[in-house]
Write a protein that binds this ligand. Sequence first.
Ligand code: GLA
Length: 678
Amino acid sequence: MSWIPGSTSLRYGGDYNPEQWDREIWLEDVALMMDAGVNLVSLGIFSWAVLEPREGEYDFSFLDDIIGLLAGAGIDVDLGTPTAAPPAWFWKKYPAAHPVTRDGRTLGFGSRGMVSPSSPEYRRASAAIADQLARRYADNPAVVMWHVHNEYGAPISDSYDDYSVLAFQRWLRARYGTLDSLNRAWGTRFWGQVYGEWDEIDAPRVSASVSNQAQRLDFQRFTSDALLACYVGERDAIRVYTDAPITTNFMATNCPSVDYWKWAKEVDIVANDHYLVAERTDNHVLLAMDADFTRSLAGNRPWILMEHSTSAVNWQPRNIAKRAGEMARNSLCHVARGADAVMFFQFRASRFGAEKFHSAMLPHGGTGTRIWKEVVQLGSDLAGLSRVGGSRVTASVAIVWSIESFWALDLEWRPSVELGHRERIEAFYTALWGLGVTVDFVHPSHDLSGYDVVFAPSLYLLAEDDAVNIDGYVSGGGNLVVSYFSGIVGDNDEVPTGASPGALRDVLGLSIEEFLPLYEDQTVSLSDGGSGRAWADDITLGTASAVATYVDGPAAGKAAVTRNSRGSGSAWYVSTKLEGADLLSFVVAALDAAGVSYSAPAEGLEVVTRSGETEDFIFHINHSDAEAPLLAAGTDVLTREEIAVGGTVPAGGVRVVARPRVVGETAVRTDDIHQMAR
Ligand code: GLA
């Protein structure tokens, strides 16, 4: 299954919650959807209480009606299963399905997403409603795809209820086979935690001090698997009746509890929700990172932006509204990075409930608003971009993303509170974004051979096989860039024998005698004129040589940045936190040494290419307040204008330049780098 059936263009629309409105509003909504060019809506995501008012009693009249109205208007349906919000009767009858937090609080009814994923009652009830929906609508031609649940893992994921404890014990038996092997893997001799029976093992609840870290890591893995089993249960119930694509909406870089590499294998099309962190001035860079990760999860096939917002959300500390043009820039950035569907939460703003202050395609103020006008314009722009659909983004540079490593690093009692995987990944991604380098994300077990450079900004946990894979990549000619506190532990958060960095010692050609975390405000100077913060290592060089040394600080005189030749490739190591211009120069050095070519755009200009069979589409998204030079000439797909060499993209504007497929890029200029590093 590669894409939504019946698509002739990019898909456009959003979540639609007609059960919150009277029928005359539906008629108005359907007409307005047509005005805006909407061709897909997600229905029924929170409708369980309406569809099954009493256990086993179904009432599909509202869905029949609205699907009929939408079909009459030529609008397709992405039919949701409503299982993120079980009805009141479910809780009355099955109170044991309530989730329990790590510190022992039972969470009550009244919001959503609050169920123990291991509750057999919930598994049964959710598969039953999915079965009923699929039985009724599988053959309805308007229902082109299925949307299971909503954002698994949010707002909570791990539950410490009795069902979860039993399911965890079963999961552990399957993983370890014997208690001996579990005791070894978890290092239970430490602090006297040895288990003699499976049923002695509890979920890792809040304890007097730090809990067993391997146990906590396994509980995260178990939780991701338990949620995935919920998805698979519903998906399989639907699959009995239809071959249409089935998916669920991810929160790619923003879900701390789900291993999406595993999940991506179970969906027919990857779908993602993205919301800006409104107060961050670089949120367009984080958006690009999220979109690149989503595309990578999708194996570079087209993906669905299932939700984003037309303007402000309602759940952040300060819900900053998007300025004119920002919504279009956001949407088209997702398209530039591989999305073939642009959807919002939600079509019509709610009058009641927790989300009444959240923006929508149709705001409370109606069709006279700026937002509505921009929504209509975006619909027309996406229709104009239809030939972009199906084209691909290629990248020669990758960043490693391993949620298991993040889970492990985030546990307590690490050598410094400054060890943030997210901070380092964002820092390296931002440097590459500024250089106009498109990035894929990879798991350390992936085939890396197609990449000129692979960055591992903070890869604390590295399973032995994955380390072998990375070593093979380098020996075979790849270029690896590793930052501090990487390759420190194996699969169970255990330190491998010998000096750090465990399984990366040979590939990096060095060993670390001691970690040297820095004081909060301490800065160390490097021999290349740069400086570092947060961290230093006491490095003993093996086959690697020093590219820069520490001038001062606890590692004065020792190597700070190193490079090792291995086989036909090379591996860099940076043992301190480089920022701004220092990090940029380091990234440029690594790219240049690997022969990666790229064209650095003007500051604030985002340039991404999607390649079709005969044409390249070069998206220029200008996030700055100044006009910027285009990096390509050709035809503007949005305006149909011919653009000669020397054309510009207006401040805050977007131009998509189509040109026959060519390869040829100019090298980055040093003055561009200095300008961007400010
Ligand atoms: C999430 C949910 C939606 C809605 C939006 C609001 O993405 O999936 O139902 O609550 O957040 O931003």
